[in-house]
Design a protein. Structure first.
Length: 247
């Protein structure tokens, strides 16, 4: 009896949003993988699919996994943890079904697969049972500081990457000692982040970036950002180089 070799899961980093920033390796896998998997919010195409679309041939099967919850429930609540854990487990099982039948799966990942992404949960669940390969991508924060024309680190600057979901006191404490910082997961945390920057004495330096490298890109000093709802995946930059620039 002939046994089909198992398929390989590819975590494909797509970069910050501009389809032209997809690597050659990622583009090759997108064109050849028999199954293209991606996560999305219910009723949406999803950012990852939109980025990958110009590189897809239309011949692969699509495996779309829709989040049961996103930001409508606090991620610390038990209901959120239970729902998202079950969702990731079911998604991993569906992917492993393809792999067991010998089909490679390309899982689309915004930015880099190993940096704050849903791919990590698939990696943890699948890597001991099937081959997994990761294709690195340009991070969203790199795309944002380039869009803002804001060199982020000079000399021996230390860069901090902070999730905006931290409590205000923790954010302020980190920001007080940061040479440079990137604050991610902004969304409804925006007011808390603004206050933390004020407490740290760094609000004047902060830059707000929305949809960096994508259509509709917006870059403004945070002090000039009007009071309004902002996307969860927007980013706030605190460039370094204070006293470290050699002119």
């Amino acid at each position: 009896m002939t046994v089909n070799p198992s398929g390989t899961l590819y975590g494909v980093g797509l970069g910050p949003g501009d389809p032209e920033l997809v690597t050659l390796k990622a583009a090759r896998i997108l064109k050849t993988a028999p199954v293209i998997a991606h996560f999305r919010k219910k009723g949406r195409a999803g950012h990852a699919w939109t980025i990958a679309a110009p590189h897809l041939t239309g011949e692969a099967s699509e495996a779309a996994f829709e989040y049961p919850v996103t930001t409508e429930i606090d991620f610390r609540e038990e209901a959120y943890v239970d729902a998202i854990r079950d969702f990731y487990t079911a998604s991993a099982q569906a992917i492993m079904g393809h792999l067991a039948e010998g089909r490679d799966v390309a899982l689309l990942c915004e930015g880099d697969p190993f940096f704050y992404g849903s791919f990590l949960h698939m990696y943890d669940r699948i890597r001991r049972s099937f081959p997994v390969r990761v294709v690195p991508g340009i991070t969203g924060m790199s795309g944002c500081w380039t869009a803002a024309a804001a060199p982020i680190t000079y000399g021996d600057d230390i860069l901090m990457v902070l999730p905006g979901t931290l409590d205000g006191a923790a954010l302020a404490s980190h920001l007080k000692t940061a040479d440079a910082a990137v604050i991610m997961k902004v969304g409804h945390n925006i007011d808390k982040i603004k206050q933390a920057l004020v407490e740290a004495g760094r609000s004047a330096d902060a830059i707000y970036v929305e949809r960096g490298t994508m259509q509709g890109e917006r870059v403004v000093p945070l002090a000039e950002l009007e009071d309004c709802a902002v996307p969860y995946f927007s980013i706030i930059l605190l460039p370094g180089g204070r006293g470290r620039r050699i002119a």
